[in-house]
Write a protein that binds this ligand. Structure first.
Ligand code: DOR
Ligand code: ZN
Length: 430
């Protein structure tokens, strides 16, 4: 491993330090030594002329299926996919089988992440034991073991008093966020796509947008009462965005994230019964997409996350009603965001980097997301204009359930550097 690396001639975008210009980045002993017009001697030089040099991207919502469903994804395969996608940190969701609901499981995920030696692997623990929604899990032990938050993702906590207790209990731990997959099961029922015109025509049971909005509205009241930090996962409806915007105006400690499919796809995509478009929360409508994009532009949405949800081909080949929810998108998420947000000029590059690195780091309370002097050298170098075709057969992920296969996207990841080590290079096998 090179002790010192000089990244030369790149265009550095580091919104936290208000840098948006050509500069060199010098890495010493795994840390950022300096960013600027410097040209020190280095063991290794990367010529980044024409490339963007960014703080390592952080994906706060991925599903690596370990433990339990290793044929779909392992921490190792998911981590390899992460660095290929430019992510230097990821946060694993706890909806594995068994669920990640105790300290031993949290430690296991960390250990496997370290062994994989690709991306930093963080984890959110389950709010309730077995994600059953009844008894609080051992949140204290998990927090001690380094969990960065709690969620029952895959489903929301249905019982209001359990959720209230979780929020109150979380006040015991520093730097922990309670996250919610907002969906009221009694409203969502057996729905498998957005409830609307398309679901009616297809005769497929729908999930009403209200299922998300009701739980979100409920939780906002709980946050009002407790003033505890709360994060909304994969916001999918216009009304949800409005509720969050208002909650922020009311100075409540609420953050939220959006996923690429809720920016690019509507429920029209389900009309061919292609299960690669079956995802939860479901694909909504043009109006919802517009609202989410506006909320990204005005800062209501704090972070972008892939919600990478790998599944077996044999399961995705089931009929629409029976197939599992989820899209595998870790390796093309950056390109998808460029397509949805940069190309139509909804936001600019510093804003994109802020919501893919700086702000996600704050949500999970890790000292990352910037190229500040002395910070760990987590860096993503991309060629912003290089066009490529998404090819699921080239994915490092074990799963190929990606509806963007064959699409042309821009923004090729050239290097992913984690703690000063090149963990992915588009030019060599690392
Ligand atoms: O589409 C989804 N897939 N939504 C979820 O909430 C869970 C996830 C998964 O684990 O596959
Ligand atoms: Zn979810």
């Amino acid at each position: 491993m090179a002790k010192n690396i000089l990244i030369k001639n790149g265009f550095v975008i580091d919104p936290a330090n208000k840098i948006n210009q050509k500069a060199n980045v010098y890495i010493v002993d795994g840390k950022i030594a300096e960013v600027g017009k410097i040209e020190p001697k280095a063991d290794m030089v990367i010529d980044a002329a024409g490339k963007y040099v960014l703080p390592g991207l952080i994906d706060i919502h991925v599903h690596f299926r370990e433990p339990g469903d290793e044929e779909e994804e392992t921490i190792a395969s998911g981590s390899a996919a992460a660095v290929a996608g430019g992510f230097t940190s990821v946060v694993c969701m706890p909806n594995t089988e068994p669920a990640i609901d105790d300290a031993t499981s949290v430690e296991y995920i960390h250990r496997m992440g370290r062994q994989a030696r690709k991306t930093h692997v963080y984890v959110m623990g389950a709010i309730t034991k077995g994600r059953a929604g009844e008894q609080l899990s051992e949140m204290g032990f998990m927090a001690q073991a380094g969990a960065v938050g709690f969620t029952d993702d895959g489903s929301g906590v249905q019982n209001v008093s359990v959720m209230l207790r979780a929020l109150k209990y979380s006040s015991m731990f520093k730097n922990i966020v309670i996250s919610q997959h907002c969906q009221d099961n009694s409203l969502a029922g057996s729905g498998v796509m957005n409830a609307g015109f398309n679901s009616t025509v297809l005769g497929i049971p729908g999930i009403d947008p209200l299922a998300e909005e009701m739980m979100l509205w409920r939780d906002i009241q709980l946050v009002r009462k407790t003033n505890m930090r709360y994060h909304v996962q994969h916001v999918s409806t216009a009304k949800s965005v409005e509720l969050i915007r208002q909650a922020k105006k009311d100075c409540l400690p609420i953050t939220c994230e959006a996923a690429p499919h809720h920016l690019l796809l509507t429920d029209d995509a389900c009309c061919d019964y292609d299960t690669n478009y079956k995802v939860n929360p479901p694909l909504r409508t043009e109006k919802d997409i517009e609202a989410i994009k506006q909320a990204i532009k005005d800062g209501t949405i704090d972070a972008l996350a892939s919600d990478h949800a790998p599944h077996l081909k044999s399961e995705k080949e089931l009929e629409f009603l029976a197939a599992p929810f989820g899209i595998a998108s870790l390796e093309c998420a950056l390109g998808l965001y460029i397509k949805a947000l940069i190309e139509p000029k909804i936001i600019d590059w510093p804003q994109l980097v802020s919501i893919m690195a700086e702000k996600p780091a704050k949500i999970i309370s890790v000292d990352k997301g910037t190229l500040g002097k002395g910070k760990q050298a987590d860096i993503t170098i991309i060629n912003p204009n290089y066009e490529y075709t998404v090819d699921v057969n080239k994915f490092r992920s074990k799963s190929k359930n990606c509806p963007y296969n064959g699409d042309k996207l821009k923004g090729k990841v050239e290097y992913t550097i984690v703690g000063g080590e090149i963990r992915y290079s588009a030019f060599a096998t690392v």
